[in-house]
Design a protein around this ligand. Structure first.
Ligand SMILES: [Zn+2]
Length: 484
């Protein structure tokens, strides 16, 4: 149970006592309610719209969407033996009391019963105080209860809507809501958000995170700019954009794309795809969006686009009914490229069995890569053999093979194995220092660059002892530098 500060209690009391609902709210709720309808389908393709009660015939299937020919709204089709169906939406109002912003959250719930009639109700269940700290301050009333890890909001009259407590669970109760826009302009009038255009943004968007918009006030001029450009969805990601610069610098595409971006009210995720695709084609962008599994991370598509055009990717994906696992495909393409396959040729770019071909190429790459490294190491070690050196206690010699490097790595418990590629390509030299009487056992692993010891390590990456260091110093002075 979280207690409510006295100052907040006062604010809540003022809100509870102030006239409610604000002008226009009822119409706003009704508008949202219209979305809470279904098309009920019975025998012989007979359809019934629960919104306007119009009856019509359609061959469309259950769970598909259809536009009612009378009210022109798009609804989901359900079977006539449906027991009940529930819709929920979250609505919010911004309010201000004593210079403190409060967001009031409401749940709109509609139940369509077995007689296909709908019953809607809207109740306030949470309030959020916009503060300047990192933590959000959300309060819930009696209507909110927890039921097996998720919050349930009661709509009946038995719950006291004026009994507030602090919401203290660490998962979010609510972020996005449909914001009532009518009062926004007047509420923000004398505040630092007076030019923000948030009211226009709310009018043109469905769900927005109002709290985050108000908290990121340093981005608010970007929200304003993007809203004025009528790029409403991009305004919701305003924090992703830099402050100034040309259109190209800000959006990553040339200005010719602006009308297209505006017409389709593109999202930040869609913009990222547009940057790669560079084509004014919203269908293709939406198709590619299906391959983004979280947020706006388009790394896989980006990597794929390095090897083949996204148009070819779409073609390949359609050949497999969209069932392409992009993280496997991008690896496949990388291996194919490294192995020198011609990716312009569909035979290589469009594998029939992706998973199988991926594993094959991965194996092939590993073998070829190791073969190449092994060959290079043998060649280099022969050249470096002139630096072999010994006294009556120690001996030092270049690593002679990949196997020897791997063995050293295991014995010493270090990562010298990962130096194999660098050693093979001549970026560094790896020497093994051993006890003269026990030359098979690892002692010190030594990395040399430009005739200088840059790293020397005994087991577990510890530093060598004084005697060992003295030997290395002597070797460096007499052999390496002498040879250079
Ligand atoms: Zn209708």
């Amino acid at each position: 149970m979280g207690y409510v500060k006295v100052a907040y209690k006062k604010i809540f009391r003022i809100l509870d006592d102030s006239p409610y609902p604000p002008k226009g709210w009822n119409n706003f709720v009704k508008k949202q309610e219209i979305n809470h309808n279904l098309i009920i389908k019975s025998r012989k393709n007979k359809c019934f719209c629960t919104n306007c009660h119009h009856q019509f015939i359609s061959a469309k299937k259950i769970n598909e969407e259809i536009k009612c020919p009378n009210c022109h709204n798009k609804y989901l089709i359900k079977r006539s033996n449906l027991k009940s169906y529930e819709f929920k939406d979250y609505l919010s109002i911004l309010d201000i009391v004593d210079d403190t912003f409060v967001i009031r959250y409401f749940e709109l719930k509609t139940i369509i019963d077995n007689l296909h009639e709908h019953h809607s109700s809207v109740v306030e269940f949470a309030r959020e105080i916009i503060n300047k700290s990192y933590y959000r301050e959300i309060f819930v009333n009696d209507r909110v209860s927890r039921c097996q890890c998720y919050n349930y909001i009661h709509h009946s009259y038995y719950f006291d809507p004026t009994k507030w407590r602090k919401y203290i669970r660490n998962y979010s109760l609510i972020d996005y809501s449909i914001v009532f826009s009518n009062n926004l302009k007047s509420i923000l009038k004398n505040t630092e958000y007076k030019y923000s255009c948030i009211w226009n943004l709310a009018k043109h968007s469905t769900y927005i995170d109002l709290s985050s918009l108000l908290e990121h006030k340093y981005d608010i001029h970007k929200v304003e700019l993007l809203t004025k450009m009528k790029l409403y969805n991009l305004a919701l990601s305003a924090n992703r954009f830099y402050d100034n610069g040309s259109f190209q610098e800000s959006f990553g595409v040339s200005k010719d794309f602006y009308p297209f971006m505006r017409r389709n009210n593109i999202t930040y995720r869609q913009l990222k795809i547009l940057r790669l695709l560079k084509e004014k084609n919203i269908q293709k962008i939406r198709y590619l969006e299906k391959f983004i599994h979280y947020g706006d991370n388009i790394d896989d598509l980006e990597e794929i686009s390095n090897y083949i055009s996204l148009n070819r990717f779409i073609k390949y994906s359609k050949m497999h009914r969209g069932k392409i696992r992009t993280y496997i495909y991008k690896d496949y393409l990388r291996f194919a490229k490294l192995l020198g396959f011609d990716l312009k040729n569909n035979r290589y770019a469009f594998p029939k069995k992706l998973e199988e071909e991926h594993d094959k190429l991965k194996q092939l790459y590993k073998i070829q890569n190791e073969k190449a490294i092994q060959k290079a190491i043998i060649k280099r070690s022969k050249k470096l053999l002139i630096n072999k050196y010994q006294n009556d206690k120690f001996i030092i010699f270049p690593a002679k093979s990949l196997k020897e490097l791997k063995n050293e790595s295991i014995q010493q418990n270090n990562c010298v194995q990962t130096y194999a590629e660098k050693y093979a390509s001549g970026i560094c030299d790896i020497y093994l220092m051993r006890d003269i009487k026990n030359q098979n056992k690892s002692l010190v692993t030594v990395e040399v660059k430009n005739s200088k010891v840059v790293q020397s390590r005994i087991k577990n990456n510890d530093a060598p002892n004084e005697k060992q260091l003295q030997f290395l110093y002597k070797w460096e002075q007499n052999v390496l530098k002498g040879a250079a």
